[in-house]
Write a protein that binds this ligand. Structure first.
Ligand SMILES: Nc1ncnc2c1ncn2[C@@H]1O[C@H](COP(=O)(O)OP(=O)(O)OP(=O)(O)O)[C@@H](O)[C@H]1O
Ligand SMILES: [Mg+2]
Length: 246
């Protein structure tokens, strides 16, 4: 199969590798994520998840191997890759001293939207994120769960086909996490592909498929139910422990 011409694939990696000096952070990973899929990217701290995501987003050059995002090579077409994706980084980069609306306007500009486009899209987005009442408030005054929703809004304002969310719910309470996942589902239903990292196993259960990374390599990849039967375990928590212990 020629990956670059398979229109059904949102993200794919072929032997994708990143070295930092003599250290291998991402070690020859292979994966294919289909359009519209919610793909969970799991692994212990330091496993290489963020490094891999930064390569998929065209922000970090691979040492070797290749990845395609929306059919574009991250090695040769990283600028166009950046226009097709939304990226919510692990330590997301909202401006605390700007209001909610000012953050949306700023990120709309970063993603190349004209001011009137941002204004048109901000209204329904604020409604969907339940942030309308907060639009003129300073971002620093928002509860963390609200900031996270705003960061998601900033990453989706330009209607990207593929969303990379790096630990979007870290530190957020269970009810806010649940609401955040409702948003992820509605984005996927509207046709977006969602590539998401998490340390929460209940969230991993919500994904169509997940991969588990250990020391830069992918050691398991399948649907949550298939992984449980493959590893002969009742919960993803136990699958995770078995996969990273092996
Ligand atoms: N710029 C860099 N230079 C050197 N080493 C780096 C660099 N960036 C990441 N690393 C190392 O690469 C490894 C993988 O880091 P990465 O941030 O990708 O892990 P992660 O799976 O996202 O972890 P976490 O769950 O803690 O976010 C770590 O050992 C990290 O220290
Ligand atoms: Mg990380």
């Amino acid at each position: 199969m020629d990956i670059t011409t398979d229109n059904n694939l949102a993200v794919s990696a072929n032997q994708l590798t990143k070295h930092f000096g003599s250290f291998t952070a991402v070690d020859r990973i292979n994966l294919n994520v289909r359009n519209g899929e919610i793909f969970g990217f799991l692994g212990a701290n330091g496993a290489g998840k963020t490094t891999a995501i930064r390569m998929f987003c065209g922000l970090l050059k691979p040492t070797s191997g290749e990845a395609w995002v929306d059919g574009l090579s991250v090695n040769t077409d990283s600028e166009r890759v950046k226009q097709r994706i939304g990226y919510m980084s692990q330590r997301f980069s909202l401006y605390e001293d700007l209001t909610v609306m000012e953050n949306l306007t700023f990120f709309g500009g970063v993603y190349g939207l004209k001011r009137h486009q941002t204004d048109e899209r901000a209204e329904p987005l604020l409604e969907r994120l339940e942030l309308k009442a907060w639009r003129r408030r300073l971002t620093r005054d928002l509860p963390l769960g609200f900031k996270q929703r705003l960061a998601l809004g900033c990453a989706t304002l330009h209607n990207p086909r593929i969303l990379f969310l790096d630990e979007p719910t870290g530190g957020v309470d269970p009810a806010a996490r649940r609401e955040f996942w409702d948003l992820i589902y509605s984005l996927a239903e509207a046709g977006s592909t969602v590539f998401v990292t998490t340390h929460y196993m209940d969230e991993a259960e919500y994904c169509h498929r997940i991969s588990i990374m250990k020391d830069g390599a992918i050691v398991a990849l399948d649907s949550p139910s298939a992984l449980k039967s493959k590893f002969n375990r009742n919960s993803l928590q136990e699958v995770f422990f078995k996969a990273v212990a092996g």
